[in-house]
Design a protein around this ligand. Structure first.
Ligand code: CA
Ligand code: CA
Length: 426
């Protein structure tokens, strides 16, 4: 049965068509009408359990076209008898594999380039012709000519170089070696001696056909203005590096100096860099600050606590006023650091001829006769008058209390008597 590919793979003849009346005939024969180009699938059908198709009674016949001879010449030789007609499993047709020296689909053409007839690296091209002759053409590399490129071309044969130049025939053409004063590919041009710009340092070139002369700018000399006078020779830069120019020089100052000759020392204090009233001192390429008491740092920017070292000796408070310290002294002391103990008698507190005697931070007045009180300001009572004795302030204080108490008691006594008398008389 001729079946479809699907039927072939499933071993089914359901869609098949019978190919012969006797499927078990040996040898198995197929009518060519059943075969078409490409794959043809067949299954042998039989009722015998020994010949089931799963035992391998399936046939796949591939039909390939024969491309080994022209269609219009069915009786002609395959591959013109100059090659083999063959096909490989993966190829879909039969084709010609030509013998050496032949080419074309049917090997009908002689390969004119067989054996590589072109020389000197030339490229060979076969010429197709009906006669099948081995004709070819060579494409020569530069510098070669002839049928097989064997001849070297002489580019100097026609003397292309002018003005007495020597000619060299090289790969791509003539090469001319010009005599002095000429230029161009063929030395056909006259050379201007100024074309090579011989004058240096902006010198101006003047020429006739063979000679030139340079007109040099100020500061340079020599035939080609090549000598640049050294204007730095006199060391004009006082604090800097001198660089020679044409007809001049330039000074590059070291840090801290300016001016055309680096003669000015720059004042780094101009910007007032020191803080907190620090004094600026101009130096070479820098400044220093002399800070007042109470500040430090490169720019006097750091505050120092002036009270930290306890400068005040006998004080109740220390006040940091920036550059100075103010000490608030305890009573009895003076001086900028309260270091001086005051004399309590300095103010002469004892009056009426009294004598002052220091007693620590206090004083005691020794009064003249007839005076009492801390500062001898009170007059003594008459009763005590001419005893010629003087009392200390403490004694006077006791006496005053005694008098006061006595007075109060006397007044109370008189009042009691008066009350009693008043009651009795009623
Ligand atoms: Ca110079
Ligand atoms: Ca300076």
């Amino acid at each position: 049965y001729k079946v479809s590919r699907e039927g072939f793979e499933r071993c089914s003849i359901a869609q098949g068509r019978p190919t012969t009346d006797s499927p078990t005939a040996v040898p198995f024969q197929l009518d060519p009408d059943f075969l078409t180009l490409g794959s043809n699938y067949f299954i042998v059908n039989t009722d015998s359990p020994l010949f089931r198709c799963d035992f391998g009674l399936r046939i796949n016949i591939t039909v390939k076209p024969d491309l080994c001879r022209p269609d219009q010449q069915p009786g002609s030789d395959r591959c013109s008898n100059r090659g083999h007609c063959l096909s490989r499993r993966t190829q879909e047709t039969f084709y010609c594999e030509c013998c050496d020296g032949f080419m074309g689909q049917y090997c009908e053409e002689m390969d004119g380039c067989h054996g590589n007839p072109c020389e000197n690296g030339a490229t060979c091209l076969d010429i197709e012709d009906e006669l099948g002759d081995g004709n070819f053409t060579c494409i020569c590399p530069p510098g070669y000519t002839g049928t097989t490129c064997t001849d070297k071309i002489d580019y100097c044969a026609e003397s292309p170089c002018q003005n007495g130049a020597r000619c060299l025939s090289v790969e791509y053409g003539p090469q001319c070696v010009c005599l002095s004063g000429f230029t161009g590919d063929l030395c056909q041009l006259t050379l201007d001696p100024c074309d090579s710009r011989p004058c240096q340092h902006q010198g101006i070139c003047h020429s006739n056909t063979t000679h030139y002369q340079c007109e040099c700018p100020p500061g340079v000399s020599g035939q080609n203005c090549e000598i640049n006078a050294d204007e730095c020779a006199s060391s004009p830069c006082r604090h800097g590096v001198c660089v020679d120019r044409v007809n001049g020089y330039q000074c590059y100052c070291v840090p801290g100096f300016n001016g055309h000759h680096c003669e000015h020392e720059y004042d780094e204090c101009l910007s007032d860099p020191c803080l907190n009233n620090g004094a600026c001192v101009d130096q070479l390429n820098r400044f220093t600050c002399e800070c007042g008491e109470g500040y430090r740092g490169e720019r006097c920017e750091v505050k120092v606590d002036l009270c930290a070292s306890n400068p005040c000796k006998n004080a109740t408070a220390c006040i940091d006023q920036g550059n100075t310290v103010h000490c608030v002294c305890a009573p009895g002391f003076t001086g900028s650091q309260c270091e001086v103990q005051m004399n309590p008698c300095q103010t002469q507190p004892c009056v009426n001829g009294g004598t002052c005697q220091p007693h620590g931070s206090e004083y005691i007045c020794v009064c003249m006769q007839g005076y009492i009180g801390k500062d001898c300001t009170e007059k003594a009572l008459e009763a005590e008058g001419d005893t010629g004795f003087y009392h200390s302030p403490v004694f006077h204080e006791h006496m005053r209390i005694l008098y006061t108490v006595t007075g109060i008691l006397a007044t109370a006594f008189v009042a009691v008597i008066a009350v009693v008398m008043y009651g009795v008389c009623r």
